[in-house]
Design a binder for this molecule. Structure first.
Ligand SMILES: Nc1ncnc2c1ncn2[C@@H]1O[C@H](COP(=O)(O)OP(=O)(O)OP(=O)(O)O)[C@@H](O)[C@H]1O
Ligand SMILES: [Mg+2]
Length: 496
C-alpha cells in the first residue's frame, strides 16, 4: 500500500510528514536523521545537493560573485528570477523541484512507494506562485494530490490534536522564515472552517537574520572603529548561519555574545527587538486587517495558535498578546505543525480504498473548508454621468473570504449601441479594488465574447464564476439574448 505523505516546502526549512498506518500524522526524518531540511540547493563537486551541505555552501557563497548554491527561492516563486549556480541558471521552480525530489526520495527510502502528495503554500501566495509550486512538483516527477494553505494545514493539525476546546474560533498566527499569514477559522471537533486569511508575502525569519547581522556589524564597527563592507559581511565573520543561531539564543536569553574577528560583542534582546520593530508593526496591522476582514473583535476569539519557527521570538509573542489580548497557545512544535497538517490533509483527500481501516476512521473525522484568498472579478465598464463616457472598473464577483467551492453570478449590460464584443477578463486582487488600477490588479485570464451587431446598448451579459475545491476556476460569459457564450477556464492547478 502506498504511503500517504504531506510536504511543507518552506523558505528556510522544509519537512515531510506521513499519515501513518494508524491514521496519525508523524514526521519523516531526512538523510541526516533530522525532521527539518534546510531549503538550500548547491552544486558541490558537480553533484546537486540539497539540505545541510548545500546550506554550508550557501553561507560560503554569500556575497561572492560566483555562486554554487541558492536559498530563499520560495520568495521568488511565480517570478521570472533566475539564480546563477556555477555555469547553470536555475528558476525558483527548478530549485524547488530539487528540494521536492530530495524529499520524495528520502520519504520513499523510509516508507516505500508514496501516494499522491499534498504540498503546502502560504495562504497569501499569488496564483502564479501556486502555479509555480505545482510546476515544481511536476518537474520533480511527483504526483500531486493537492496544495493546501500552510495555516489551514496547521489548523487541521491543531484540530486533530484535541488540545483545543471542542468548538471555538481561533486565529492561526503563522510566521516562518519567509512569510507571514494570519488565518481565522472556526473549529468544531476535527473540522476546520476558515473564515478569513491575510498575510505579508515577504516578511519572516530571514529578514530578522539580516537585521541582527546589521546590528552586530554596527556594534563591531563602534567597538573597533573598523568598517565592514555590507557586501562582504558574511565573509568577514558575520556568517548568516551563526547569526541565525544567535537569533535563536536571543529567544531564550536576554543577552548573548558573538565572537568575531578577535572581538567579543554583546547584544541585548531589546537591541535585536528594536531592529525588527518595523516588521512587528506590519504584522500587527495585518492582524488588525484580518480581524476587520473576518468582522470579528479580538475578544470574540477563543485563542491564538502558533505556527512557524519565528513565533518563538518573544517580541512576536508580545505582538500577539497586544493585538489579540490573549496569551498565544503553545501546545505543539511550531516547526512541524504545517507538515503534520499536510499529512492529515493527504489522508483526508486520499481514496478510501487505499487506506487502512484505522486510516479511514481517522480521515473520516477530519473536515476542512477553506476560503477564496483573493478577490476575483472582471474588468467592466461603468458610466461616468458627468463626463458622459464609460470608464473601467474592477467588478468583484467572488469576494475574498467566500467559502470554497462556490459559484457566483453577476449580470452586466453592454454600454455602447452596436457593441459587437465584450472583453472577458478574470482579475485577482488582495484588497477590494473598485477602480481598475493595474498596479493592484492581476489579470489571470482573458478572452473576447462576440456579440451580434446592430443592437442598442443595455444588452444583458451574465457572468458566472465557479471556484471549486481544487482551486479551479471556471468562468462563463453569456450574452442572454443571442445565447452566445464564452468560457474561460483558469485552472489554478494547471495554469491558464
Ligand atoms: N528559537 C527561535 N527563535 C527565533 N527564530 C527561530 C527560532 N527557531 C526557529 N526560528 C526561525 O524560524 C524560521 C524557520 O521557521 P519555519 O521552518 O516555520 O519557516 P519556513 O517554513 O522555512 O518558512 P515559510 O513558512 O515562511 O516559508 C527561521 O527563520 C528560523 O531562524
Ligand atoms: Mg513554513
Amino acid at each position: 500500500m502506498n504511503s500517504v505523505v504531506g510536504i511543507d516546502l518552506g523558505t528556510t526549512y522544509s519537512a515531510v510528514a506521513q499519515f501513518d498506518e494508524f491514521g496519525r500524522p508523524v514526521m519523516v526524518a531526512d538523510q541526516d536523521g533530522k525532521y527539518l531540511l534546510p531549503s538550500c540547493v548547491a552544486l558541490i563537486h558537480n553533484e546537486w545537493r540539497v539540505g545541510t551541505d548545500a546550506w554550508g555552501q550557501w553561507a560560503a557563497d554569500h556575497g561572492m560573485d560566483q555562486k554554487s548554491s541558492a536559498a530563499r527561492f520560495k520568495r521568488e516563486m511565480g517570478t521570472s528570477k533566475h539564480y546563477p549556480i556555477a555555469e547553470h541558471s536555475l528558476t525558483p521552480v527548478e530549485l524547488s523541484s530539487h528540494m521536492l525530489k530530495c524529499m520524495a526520495a528520502y520519504a520513499k527510502k523510509a516508507l516505500g512507494p508514496i501516494a499522491p502528495v499534498v504540498i503546502t503554500v502560504p495562504a497569501n501566495f499569488s496564483n502564479e506562485a501556486r502555479q509555480a509550486t505545482i510546476d515544481a512538483a511536476e518537474d520533480a516527477g511527483i504526483n500531486l494530490a493537492n496544495i493546501i494553505n500552510e495555516p489551514t494545514a496547521a489548523a487541521l493539525y491543531y484540530a486533530y490534536s484535541g488540545k483545543l476546546d471542542q468548538t471555538g474560533t481561533y486565529a492561526i498566527f503563522d510566521l516562518g522564515g519567509g512569510t507571514f499569514d494570519i488565518t481565522i477559522a472556526k473549529f468544531d471537533g476535527k473540522s476546520v472552517d476558515v473564515i478569513w486569511s491575510d498575510g505579508i508575502a515577504r516578511l519572516g525569519g530571514v529578514d530578522f537574520d539580516e537585521a541582527l547581522q546589521m546590528a552586530l556589524k554596527e556594534k563591531y564597527e563602534q567597538l573597533t572603529g573598523e568598517e565592514i563592507s555590507a557586501q562582504n559581511i558574511s565573509h568577514e565573520g558575520f556568517d548568516l548561519r551563526r547569526v541565525q543561531d544567535l537569533k535563536h539564543s536571543l529567544s531564550r536569553r536576554d543577552k548573548v555574545t558573538f565572537f568575531v574577528r578577535g572581538q567579543v560583542i554583546e547584544i541585548l534582546r531589546e537591541e535585536f527587538e528594536s531592529k525588527i520593530s518595523n516588521f512587528v508593526t506590519q504584522i500587527q496591522l495585518c492582524c488588525e486587517n484580518a480581524l476587520d476582514g473576518a468582522d470579528l473583535d479580538a475578544s470574540a476569539l477563543d485563542g491564538v495558535i502558533l505556527a512557524g519557527g519565528s513565533t518563538r521570538i518573544p517580541a512576536i509573542q508580545q505582538c500577539v498578546r497586544e493585538v489579540f489580548g490573549k496569551e498565544p497557545l503553545s501546545i505543539a512544535n511550531v516547526d512541524e505543525v504545517v507538515a503534520l497538517g499536510a499529512a492529515l490533509y493527504a489522508g483526508h483527500r486520499s481514496d478510501q480504498d487505499v487506506l487502512t481501516k484505522l486510516q479511514q476512521a481517522s480521515a473520516a473525522e477530519l473536515s476542512v473548508q477553506d476560503v477564496a484568498n483573493k478577490h476575483f472579478g472582471t474588468k467592466a465598464l461603468s458610466w461616468d454621468e458627468d463626463l458622459e463616457r464609460p470608464f473601467e472598473i474592477n467588478s468583484i464577483i467572488i469576494p475574498k473570504g467566500t467559502p470554497i467551492p462556490c459559484s457566483e453570478t453577476e449580470s452586466y449590460l453592454t454600454v455602447m449601441p452596436d457593441q459587437t464584443s465584450v472583453d472577458c477578463s478574470i482579475t485577482e486582487c488582495d484588497h477590494e479594488e473598485i477602480d481598475y488600477d493595474s498596479r493592484f490588479i492581476r489579470v489571470l485570464g482573458e478572452g473576447t465574447l462576440k456579440l451580434p451587431p446592430g443592437r442598442p446598448a443595455g444588452q444583458e451579459i451574465i457572468v458566472t464564476y465557479e471556484y471549486d475545491i481544487n482551486q479551479i476556476m471556471h468562468c462563463h460569459f453569456e450574452d442572454v439574448e443571442s445565447g452566445e457564450k464564452k468560457e474561460i477556464t483558469i485552472d489554478l492547478m494547471k495554469g491558464v
